[in-house]
Design a binder for this molecule. Structure first.
Ligand SMILES: Cc1cc2nc3c(=O)[nH]c(=O)nc-3n(C[C@H](O)[C@H](O)[C@H](O)COP(=O)(O)OP(=O)(O)OC[C@H]3O[C@@H](n4cnc5c(N)ncnc54)[C@H](O)[C@@H]3O)c2cc1C
Length: 470
């Protein structure tokens, strides 16, 4: 593949000045170049890092050359897919940032029911391409998230109870390894690597092409109800009761937040604490109408948006609630079924939020996400009832950033007693090696370390929830 030539060319260059050849690495940006600041900006506006070089790669050969360049020059390496890493793993201070966002190709095969997508693809682009054929595969819930990081850490969304995690639907991946080789990982080719890619994050290489299994997904009954914050405890108990008996086609989420100034929110409620349950029924509309009746019929909701909606519309519900550029600090936990104590802790956390933009989100797990054996993929914790996400959110320039972060950590600590164990790597902050290890559990961790030693013994890929090889 000509990579050896590329390395020797690069070694012959004046590497201390970090002048990589653009024609090998794609578009190369350095501080001061037009487009540099836009390319280093990621979703979380609290992250402000300055790579020495950004390589905006267009294909796997350019990615391989960039990986070799980083390795040969002992550079800190960051890999950016959709740029939604909450702690900001996709951009480094100094070093080389591989920006995959120019890699946007998507190919849908409606007969084989597969889609191949490059790593710069965002969920909304992927969903639009697959839904054009009436098909879809599970993603996350915010359509500006990248498919790459989301899939490599797991990928939980509206379709997951019916069709599994994003990574459960991965059938093949093209990967650039730490030595610059390009390999295919699947059940038949490098099966050990394929196991690790499904939950192990970006620890083993740069994925330059994902191939997913697709499912038929037609417009469905979906929406959410909103209740005043005073009813938050009662609504969460109702959410738990619904979750306990939900058929796998019924996907449920709940949130405690301050109501946005959106046209569908009554003026009197805007800016006030509210509680919501969102649901969608991944199946026939008539069945869905019956299934969501119990969601809509509880108390007297002040907002009810339920209607038959295409999947692409559902995927955009929350986009504006978590825009690019605000400052974010998150904690998350797998939870057991909610009991009186955890409901009280959730409500207390919402009431004590230091910023009106902060949010508590719960998503019901189970169904197909729990079908696989915990050993089947590096994503292990499949038995949890819910995933809890605590997001502290504030405006740039707010001088209470420390207070908002502290609220997030304290709220998380108050809910640790309800933990189902482990953690979700896609929603960890920069919480240290022990917490990453806890996220996987001892058995999976040991296997991941062995894999890391095999595929990335020098830990070139370390801007992630890192699995250290030693
Ligand atoms: C607004 C928002 C909503 C979210 N909603 C959900 C949700 O509903 N469900 C859910 O499961 N998660 C959700 N998440 C978490 C999300 O899955 C992770 O943040 C995920 O890592 C984002 O992927 P990305 O490609 O956008 O991020 P990036 O920041 O580009 O990458 C994240 C990590 O993956 C690595 N990486 C990226 N691309 C590649 C690649 N091609 N090869 C190897 N490594 C790579 C990066 O180096 C980094 O370590 C959400 C996050 C945000 C910010």
């Amino acid at each position: 593949m000509g990579g050896g030539w590329a390395v020797s060319r690069m070694r012959a260059m004046n590497t201390p000045t970090l002048t990589p050849p653009a024609r090998l690495l794609g578009e190369v940006l350095r501080p001061g170049d037009a487009g540099y600041d836009a390319a280093r900006a990621i979703w979380n506006g609290a992250i402000d890092r300055h790579p020495a070089v950004i390589a905006r790669c267009r294909n796997s050969m350019e990615v391989a050359a960039a990986v070799r360049f980083a390795a040969a020059n002992d550079l800190l390496l960051a890999v950016r897919g959709g740029g939604h890493s909450i702690p900001g793993w996709s951009v480094c201070e100094g070093g080389l940032m591989i920006d995959l966002s120019p890699m946007k190709a998507i190919h849908v095969d409606p007969v084989a029911r597969t889609a191949s997508a490059e790593p710069g693809v965002l969920l909304r682009e992927y969903d639009a391409a697959t839904q054009a054929h009436g098909l879809a595969s599970p993603g996350g819930e915010v359509s500006h998230t990248g498919i790459a990081g989301l899939t490599l850490g797991g990928g939980i969304g509206w379709l997951s109870r019916q069709h599994g995690l994003a990574c459960d639907n991965l059938v093949e991946a093209e990967v650039v390894l730490a030595d610059g080789r390009i390999v295919t990982a699947s059940a038949h080719s490098h099966p050990d690597l394929f196991w690790g890619l499904r939950g192990g994050g970006g620890n083993f290489g740069v994925v330059t092409r994902f191939v997913f299994r697709l499912h038929q997904v037609a417009p469905m009954m979906a929406g959410f109800v909103m209740h005043p914050g005073a009813e938050a405890g009662a609504l969460l108990r109702h959410y738990q009761a619904l979750a306990a008996t939900a058929p796998r086609a019924l996907s449920l989420a709940a949130a405690l937040l301050h109501a946005p100034p959106a046209p569908f929110v009554p003026l009197a409620l805007q800016g006030q604490l509210v509680a919501t349950i969102a649901a969608c029924y991944v199946g026939p509309v008539a069945e869905g109408e019956a299934a969501v009746r119990a969601v809509r019929g509880f108390g007297r909701p002040v907002v009810d948006t339920f209607a038959v909606q295409p999947y692409t519309a559902i995927q955009r519900w929350f986009d504006e609630g978590v825009p690019h550029g605000l400052h974010y600090h998150c904690r998350s936990e797998w939870l057991r079924p909610l009991d009186g104590q955890s409901v009280d802790a959730l409500v207390q956390a919402a009431r004590s939020a230091s910023s009106p933009m902060s949010q508590l989100l719960l998503r019901h797990m189970g169904g197909a996400t729990a079908d696989l054996d915990p050993e089947a993929t590096a994503f292990r914790f499949r038995h949890a009832e819910h995933i809890l996400t605590l997001a502290a959110v504030w405006q740039p320039g707010d001088d209470r950033a420390g207070t908002h972060r502290r609220w997030c950590r304290d709220a998380w600590a108050s809910l640790r007693g309800a933990s189902a164990g482990g953690a979700y790597v896609n929603q960890l902050h920069d919480e240290g090696q022990e917490r990453t290890r806890e996220a996987y559990g001892e058995v999976t961790w040991a296997r991941l370390v062995t894999l890391k030693r095999r595929y990335d013994p020098g830990n070139l890929f370390r801007m992630n929830q890192n699995i250290q090889p030693d």
